[in-house]
Design a protein around this ligand. Structure first.
Ligand SMILES: [Zn+2]
Ligand SMILES: [Zn+2]
Ligand SMILES: [Zn+2]
Ligand SMILES: [Zn+2]
Length: 393
């Protein structure tokens, strides 16, 4: 493993920073350190004010997600809504236009893939298999310095990772060295990639990007930073509260507005750890009651919450009347709510509003994450509806 000093140099180079000297004003107010949580992290070296930009990161590699359920789309412009999709006759990647085919992005992608002898004719290559592996394929195009930075990041070495590379071997005779490197990249992506933002309302493929500086931040469900993307896919990371020198910088790998059971399950599935932070340990999540369900007692209007939130099968209890509900009854309700939300489809914003006001709030408390999520959706949709459109950004 590379030392913190070596990694710091690579990170500075990635960010385009000079070594910190008296006349280098863009010196950062943080450094990489050995985190008390284990592994590396970022720590503030000076006091930082709310809203201050900590750094602007850019992706080493980015591309489609690797899940087996994947949206088919143009591998250059990300468009998923076209009736002109076709496969490149040299590499089989999906494209939407000649313009995308002649773009620098495609020419690079194509140059790697077309080097591998194909085992079947190009028309018979499954383009979704290529798409799933594309982010790892793109890592082959990095220069030596970039590859060194990439491979110095943490990797989750698990057998299930790399399945997209194994699937690719059905169609191409991949060079052994390329296969080994891409398999390692899938393990690094699993541990570090961030989901990139899609402009609201645009029909685009969901992409993930490897932002090396951001990926060094450890997780906390009450993070002290937040990030946003610009149109160039750069990630700006800012402080959301005053951070004093010596404090570790945290990001949140999960939905900030999700309740503890949903957040912990998501973190476990995607990042393979069970969070035990202060917020996860507090049944009320600092009074936000995001996970709360309505009390089962007809005479009570209280909220049910887990008694021991760090135990995945904890019984729940009403905050008002103390009624205790076994875990199994809670999961039944949660599953029913999950399937209800999964099949919701509204023709217009007014139907969504009606559902929100008249139905859902009868069954779950107003603090529940589903209600909060619907509120956010309503706000967004209203701003996008005919006659109610927001102007400008
Ligand atoms: Zn395109
Ligand atoms: Zn091609
Ligand atoms: Zn947590
Ligand atoms: Zn009650």
């Amino acid at each position: 493993m590379v030392s913190i000093e070596q990694l710091s140099l690579m990170i500075n180079q990635h960010l385009g920073l000079l070594t910190c000297t008296d006349d280098a004003p863009n010196c950062m107010k943080w450094k990489i350190f050995e985190s008390p949580l284990g592994g590396r992290g970022l720590v503030a070296t000076e006091d930082i004010k709310t809203g201050e930009v900590l750094f602007i990161d850019h992706p080493l590699v980015y591309g489609p997600r690797s899940g087996t359920i994947i949206q088919r789309g143009c591998t250059v412009c990300k468009n998923i809504d076209s009736d002109t999709f076709y496969k490149c006759s040299k590499c089989a990647l999906l494209l939407c236009s000649e313009q995308c085919q002649n773009s620098g992005i495609h020419l690079s992608d194509c140059s790697v893939i077309s080097c591998w002898p194909n085992k079947v004719s190009i028309e018979d290559v499954d383009d979704t298999v290529l798409s799933r592996a594309l982010t790892a394929i793109r890592a082959l195009l990095l220069n030596e310095d970039q590859k060194n930075l990439l491979t110095s990041l943490q990797a989750h070495i698990l057998h299930q990772h790399g399945s997209e590379i194994r699937a690719l071997k059905e169609y191409f005779d991949i060079f052994e060295q390329d296969e080994e490197f891409m398999t390692l990249v899938t393990c690094i992506l699993d541990a570090n990639a961030f989901q990139m933002a899609t402009p609201y309302g645009k029909k685009e493929m969901n992409l993930r990007g490897l932002y090396p500086v951001s990926s060094l931040m450890n997780h906390n469900c009450v993070s002290n930073t937040r990030y946003s993307f610009n149109s160039e896919s750069q990630m700006t990371v800012r402080a959301v509260k005053p951070i004093s020198a010596g404090t570790e910088l945290f990001t949140c790998y999960s939905g900030m507005l999700w309740g503890t059971p949903a957040r912990r399950l998501h973190l476990y599935k995607t990042k393979h750890f069970l969070c035990v932070c202060e917020r996860c340990s507090d049944p009320t999540e600092r009074g936000t009651l995001l996970a709360a369900l309505k009390c089962f007692s007809t005479e009570c209007s209280g909220s049910l919450l887990p008694i021991e939130p760090l135990k995945s099968n904890s019984a729940w209890r009403c905050l008002d009347c103390g009624l205790r509900v076994p875990f199994l009854n809670i999961t039944t309700i949660q599953n029913a709510l999950g399937s209800l939300m999964g099949c919701l489809n509204f023709d217009n914003i007014y139907e969504l509003e009606k559902f929100f006001l008249n139905r859902i709030t009868k069954y779950i408390p107003k603090t529940n994450q589903i209600v909060v999520d619907l509120q956010c959706r309503l706000i967004w949709e209203f701003g996008e509806s005919e006659g109610l459109r927001w102007e400008g950004e």
